[in-house]
Design a protein around this ligand. Structure first.
Ligand code: C2E
Ligand code: MG
Ligand code: MG
Ligand code: MG
Length: 277
């Protein structure tokens, strides 16, 4: 009995600790926004037929004053629960767009950027996204240079304003990418209903491509289906040349993964471009 109580005490203590840590995280996130502690890393996306670096995915990092560099998995859900993700998402969009406008001048004139978005950003009634389009005009960055990544969850959500917002972005010339494809509901109806331009095959299918013939069959089927629907395919998480070769032979359009580079800071990303690219 004594032990039972002890366990209960430990349980409530750990609950309290969790609540405390969460409150600290939220406070720190608010400060991170006002003190501009976020930065973007960029991971190359390569055209498989030519091996050329043609795009990058922008991935957020948090340079915490005492905890050091923090990855998104550790703070995005707290930012979503508190709604702070809308503000963070606006910053991500502007920063990635600004950087892309720069790189189109200095590195490669057709460079393209892919920007993640959260389901929570589609719950706002006000359209912050029309401000995104205004900002692209200010930068003189063509809408075609930008893609917005959504997960299947965004498309499923009934109360979300995602249909209108994604349609407006798409009509303006921004492309829509379906992230982590195959891990959610993967309802084929959504591929028809939404104007999707790119399907990103989730890393979990790419991982065992060389050993698991079912994963290979799934990748091949996704690629064929996407092409018939006039979509392009990006394979995520390519780590080996073997995986790259298989995907290339299966007709996959683009590849992304540690084989090419991990996500890196902007200065390091510039060095990935050959001189006179
Ligand atoms: P994601 O959008 O699916 O991004 C791909 C993740 O896979 C990145 O993790 C990347 O570093 C990792 N990755 C890329 N290639 C490889 C590989 O070859 N092997 C392995 N093992 N991993 C690879 P990261 O940067 O930690 O981001 C995690 C997730 O956080 C992202 O998944 C995305 O859902 C979210 N996220 C990142 N930035 C943002 C953002 O600005 N806004 C929102 N809303 N979410 C973001
Ligand atoms: Mg993504
Ligand atoms: Mg992904
Ligand atoms: Mg993911």
């Amino acid at each position: 009995k004594a032990q039972g109580r002890n366990n209960y005490q430990q349980f409530t203590q750990s609950m309290q600790l969790k609540a405390l840590l969460h409150a600290r995280l939220v406070r720190d996130l608010r400060r991170a926004i006002s003190e501009q502690q976020f930065c973007l890393y960029y991971q190359p996306i390569v055209e498989l037929s030519t091996g050329k670096l043609v795009k990058a995915e922008a991935l957020i990092r948090w340079q915490h004053p005492t905890r050091g560099m923090i990855n998104p998995d550790q703070f995005i859900s707290a930012a979503e629960e508190t709604g702070l993700i809308s503000e963070i998402g606006d910053w991500v969009f502007r920063q990635a767009a600004w950087q892309t406008a720069e790189w189109r001048k200095t590195l490669s004139p057709n460079f393209h950027v892919s920007i993640n978005s959260s389901p929570v950003q589609y719950l706002d009634k006000t359209s912050r996204m029309s401000l995104w389009l205004d900002y692209l005009r200010t930068l003189e960055l063509p809408q075609e240079a930008v893609s917005i990544e959504v997960t299947e969850g965004v498309l499923m959500d009934k109360i979300s304003t995602a249909p209108e917002k994604l349609r407006a972005l798409h009509d303006a010339g921004i492309s829509i990418s379906l992230d982590d494809f195959g891990t959610g509901y993967s309802s084929l109806a959504y591929l028809k209903k939404y104007a999707i331009d790119f399907i990103k095959i989730d890393r979990s299918f790419v991982q065992n491509l060389t050993t698991d013939s079912d994963d290979l069959a799934l990748c091949e089927a996704i690629i064929v289906m996407a092409h018939k629907l006039r979509m392009k395919v990006i394979a995520e998480g390519i780590e080996t040349a073997e995986q790259e070769l298989i995907l290339h032979d299966a007709g996959c359009d683009y590849g992304q993964g540690y084989l090419y580079s991990e996500p890196v800071a902007a200065e390091a990303f510039e060095k990935l471009f050959p001189p006179n690219h």
